[in-house]
Design a protein around this ligand. Structure first.
Ligand SMILES: [Zn+2]
Length: 391
């Protein structure tokens, strides 16, 4: 963490993406952060940039809020038993992800399914990711999978102990809409946000959650509305967008055609602020370090959405929906940034056009809480220009 007076100046920024749908590009070439929070955004000549503790020369590349992955399944530290991988979170940082949100620590070997056990694991998971940020990445975890027999007091106990999320409803024994509705409502009453598994079973042992269950449960996020991986029929996806006013989450580990359908439906409804992105990693299709960037490029190109809008799905939209203090470039928010540029030899007149044509940008640097966490990405295609840490 940056100390409370640490001053970061990033100058010579070529393009500032705000993360806010209503104004996705902001004027300026400089961002100043103090104590890990954004202090000012604008032109260098108008800002107090004197005596920074650290100075980054962006050399003309773009700055975006750090990307938020709305749907991951972490277990412990930077290790996942699901695909036996170490340092998968660090790999995602190199793909521009600075915040991850757990949709349940379901891959824990021997995961307890009795009520006292699942509550204990949720509280412990919340703590170990609060106490340890892999490579600086903020992992919001401690998302229990609800099971039959839970009572209101259980949700109250967890909330009082610091639990703020439910894992995907439907991955445990609660699969009926009426039971799920009751528990989601208890969770909401105590400030715990919920998400629901949508679509066919992910892996042997999980089950189908169709539109009727999603509508009845009324969780805060329609988790992977494009399936994880098996999507619901098109008419059910459209129905969920129309009749359930909750978050429309599109994941990399899902059906891409269904993701495009859900996004287009959200635009038709003039509700693009509901669209948020995740990977569902590490799921059956593995860890996708570039998964969020790939979703941005896929939705922008195949869905014909300006790239600066697609970035909002992975930044400001998610932050607003989930009450996070990052994801937007505005004073007071966390100084979580990525510095990105057109990939070398990518077509298009600039980075936004190259993304709109389906190409990924190159990540040149990541910053979390006002501190540079990684330099040139080892995972993205190389950026044409690179920022430089001067001091
Ligand atoms: Zn799922």
């Amino acid at each position: 963490m940056a100390d409370s007076a640490h001053k970061l100046v990033i100058k010579n920024i070529g393009l500032i993406l705000s993360g806010a749908l209503e104004k996705p590009i902001i004027e300026g070439d400089t961002v100043v952060a103090v104590g890990g929070k954004i202090a000012a955004v604008g032109y260098e000549k108008d800002l107090d940039t004197d005596q920074p503790d650290s100075l980054i020369d962006a050399h003309g590349v773009a700055l975006s809020p750090g990307l938020i992955d709305s749907h991951v399944h972490p277990v412990i530290g930077d290790y996942t038993p699901r695909q036996q991988q170490l340092n998968w979170i660090d790999s995602c940082l190199h793909g521009g992800v600075t915040t991850m949100i757990s949709a349940g620590e379901v891959h824990m070997p021997g995961r307890p399914k009795d009520i006292v056990g699942l509550k204990a694991m949720a509280i412990a998971s919340q703590r170990w990711y609060e106490n340890f940020r892999p490579s600086g990445v903020k992992v919001l975890a401690g998302a229990p999978v609800i099971e039959e027999g839970m009572e209101e007091q259980d949700f109250k106990d967890m909330a009082e102990a610091g639990v703020t999320l439910l894992g995907e409803v439907g991955l445990g024994s609660v699969k009926a809409g009426d039971k799920a509705k009751q528990m989601v409502a208890w969770a909401r009453k105590y400030g715990i946000q919920s998400t629901i598994h949508t679509g066919g079973p992910s892996i042997p042992g999980s089950g189908l959650i169709d539109k009727d269950v999603v509508l009845e449960a009324d969780a805060d996020i329609i988790g992977h509305i494009n399936g994880g991986h098996t999507a619901l029929p098109d008419d059910q996806i459209v129905c969920l967008c129309e009749r359930c006013g909750r978050g429309i989450e599109l994941v990399h580990n899902g059906n891409e055609r269904a993701a495009l359908l859900a996004m287009r439906t959200a635009f038709e409804l003039k509700q693009s602020e509901r669209v948020i992105l995740g990977t569902d990693a590490p799921a059956g299709s593995g860890v996708q370090p570039l998964g969020i960037l790939r979703m941005i490029a896929m939705l922008s190109s195949l869905g014909d959405v300006p790239a600066e809008i697609a970035f909002c799905f992975a930044t400001g939209n998610t932050a607003r929906m989930r009450g996070l203090d990052c994801g937007l470039i505005e004073a007071g928010k966390s100084a979580d940034f990525i510095l990105i540029d057109t990939a070398q030899h990518a077509p298009g007149k600039d980075m936004l056009e190259s993304i709109h044509q389906g190409n990924l940008p190159g990540v040149g640097m990541t910053v979390i809480d006002g501190v540079a966490r990684s330099a040139r990405s080892r995972n993205t295609p190389p950026a044409t220009r690179l920022p430089e840490q001067v001091t």
